[in-house]
Ligand binder design. Structure first.
Ligand code: HEM
Length: 536
């Protein structure tokens, strides 16, 4: 019996109750005909061939043959749970989002944690980024905060995402290595795309080896936008902080645990919730007024940058508790579909080019992964808010729409939804946009090292040791010498001593100390990488 605390019978739970099935009655076919033998197929005589007529056999087998769906193209391996979110105080000054305005409200959530590179059956304890995706079932529609446990990303522009993922996934000729960062293609991508350096520092740190999903931070990564009832916008970065603190395994532990219990993080989350030890996170925001958009020495739209907390502190705004395990992994954890473009009034996007790409990608991939356009009707995805749209038909249509019309406008009435008033509807933030159509990113995106150095300097000496050892181990597996050298050159821009340490460990000539050109990427490296140098 799954643990339920008394507070978990929320709107989402009530909705799910209509879909739950306890298999306790007589066995039937999927059309409800009772079955009294499911071990012996219908055959002509005791030793004869199986008969086509055996509809029970055929149905049982064909359903089984179709049980698998494509795994997620990234973040295939995950674990999830239900819970709730509650804001501490109304944020109406910044956002009109109802669930962030009413402190008495508990908004149901589902969170899915994941690794990124490995397949659905890969081990939990690999060195990798972890996904931290939250679906808020708000009364104004579903809001998805699709984050990671690292506050920055590998690339600045989503058009590189297919290249990046091709480099990080197992290599195509032999599908090796599974879910590891130790291979030539990833490091080749890194050495040719210096914008990856900040993220790679995090990925080589102990942050990429979380002790538990319950002990992991989460970040929205992009700069998003709050919009209040007066239509005023404010930039916002989202941070989840675990109540249990942020803890990592060390490399040696991950190796041993990976062999003995590949489900280590998944099991930990499940068991904690079953025991009633409900994990909690505090949601915090960094708020930046629009007037400060150009105040920083990096671009707020660049997802390879953090806003240092010394410059803009994180304000706690609410807490999340996960208190209910799913009933069925496939139905809920596997079929949930997160999407950065699932927003509610009061939360909007910015022109971060990575975010813009994501706003296309998730729905697109889910159309194939979940078999057509009606996956929002799956129990785990259904909003608790009322749905009234003019979408019709398609594979897996579950609604029986009534009435004669499914178009707008119509004069026949009878079942056609009408438009909401503006104060209830989603209003896109009225940002002024102006510019020539070009394929070059602004100069403000060109510094790839300063924050990598900042991160390295923020580590304790033993954390720096772990990071250097990780670089040595992972890069030491790379067969192509020029790839090792290329990465060491970039590391030299981040920290000379680190570069020498790594170079020495992997048989690469130690680089000369560079007069620090932090604040700008090295033109030589940028050109070698085919990266446009100075672009306005
Ligand atoms: C999953 C695309 C960047 C976090 C996915 C999926 C795709 C995708 C196609 C699989 C979704 C599914 O099958 O349901 C992209 C693209 C990106 C990008 C094109 C960049 C342009 C990011 C970033 C983050 C992130 C920056 C974190 C801030 C996640 C998470 C999941 C995911 C957490 C798993 C969601 C789940 O648990 O179901 N992404 N992604 N992605 N992505 Fe991204």
């Amino acid at each position: 019996e799954t643990q339920r605390d008394p507070g978990t019978n929320d709107e989402k739970d009530q909705q799910l109750a209509q879909h739950r099935i306890d298999a306790t009655g007589e066995l039937t076919t999927s059309t409800g005909t009772r079955v009294d033998d499911t071990d012996n197929s219908l055959s002509a005589g005791g030793r004869g061939p199986t008969l086509m007529e055996d509809f029970h056999f055929r149905e049982k087998m064909t359903h089984f043959d179709h049980e698998r769906i494509p795994e997620r193209v990234v973040h295939a391996r995950g674990a999830g749970a239900y819970g709730y979110f509650q804001v501490y105080e109304s944020l109406s000054r910044y956002t009109r989002a109802h669930f962030l305005n009413d402190p008495s409200l508990r908004t149901p959530v589902f969170v899915r944690f994941s690794t990124v590179a490995g397949s659905r059956g890969s081990a939990d304890t690999v060195r990798d980024v972890r996904g931290f995706a939250t679906k808020f079932y708000t009364r104004e529609g579903n809001y998805d905060l699709v984050g990671n446990n690292i506050p920055v990303f590998f690339i600045q522009d989503g058009i590189k995402f297919p290249d990046f993922v091709h480099s990080v996934k197992p290599e195509p000729h032999n599908e090796i290595p599974q879910a590891q960062s130790a291979h030539d293609t990833l490091w080749d991508f890194v050495q040719l795309q210096p914008e990856t350096m900040h993220m790679m520092m995090w990925v080589m740190s102990d942050r990429a080896l979380p002790r538990s999903y319950r002990m992991m931070q989460g970040f929205g990564v992009h700069t998003f936008r709050f919009v209040n009832a007066d239509g005023e916008g404010t930039f916002v970065k989202f941070h989840w902080k675990p109540r249990l603190g942020t803890h990592s395994l060390v490399w040696d532990e991950t190796q041993k645990i990976g062999g003995k219990d590949p489900d280590y993080n998944r099991r930990d989350l499940w068991d904690a919730i079953e025991r009633g030890q409900y994990p909690e996170w505090e949601l915090g925001v960094q708020i930046v007024p629009e007037s400060d958009e150009h105040r920083f020495d990096f671009d707020l739209l660049d997802p390879t940058k953090v806003i240092p907390e010394e410059e803009v502190p994180v304000t706690p705004i609410g807490k999340m508790v996960l208190n209910r395990n799913p009933d069925n992994f496939f139905a809920e954890t596997e079929q949930i579909a997160f999407h950065t473009a699932n927003v509610v009034p009061g939360i909007d996007f910015t022109n971060d080019p990575l975010l813009q790409a994501r706003n296309f990608s998730y729905l697109d991939t889910q159309l194939i992964r979940l078999g057509g356009p009606n996956f929002q009707q799956l129990p785990v995805n259904r909003p608790v808010a009322e749905v009234q749209d003019n979408q019709r038909d398609g594979y897996g249509q579950h609604y029986v729409h009534r009435g004669q019309t499914s178009y707008f406008k119509n004069s026949l009435a009878g079942g056609c939804p009408y438009l909401a008033d503006a104060d209830r509807a989603y209003q896109h933030y009225q940002e002024r946009v102006d510019g020539a159509k070009i394929r070059h990113r602004s100069e403000s995106f060109q510094d790839h090292y300063t924050q990598a150095t900042l991160f390295y300097n923020s580590l304790a000496p033993w954390e720096q040791e772990h990071l250097a050892a990780a670089f040595q181990f992972e890069l030491g597996k790379v067969g192509h010498h020029h790839v090792r050298e290329g990465v060491v050159e970039h590391l030299n821009q981040v920290d000379h001593d680190l570069a020498v340490k790594v170079a020495t460990g992997i048989g690469v000539r130690s680089p000369e100390q560079v007069t620090t050109n932090h604040g700008r990427s090295s033109p030589a490296l940028s050109q070698a990488a085919g990266f446009p140098e100075t672009v306005y």
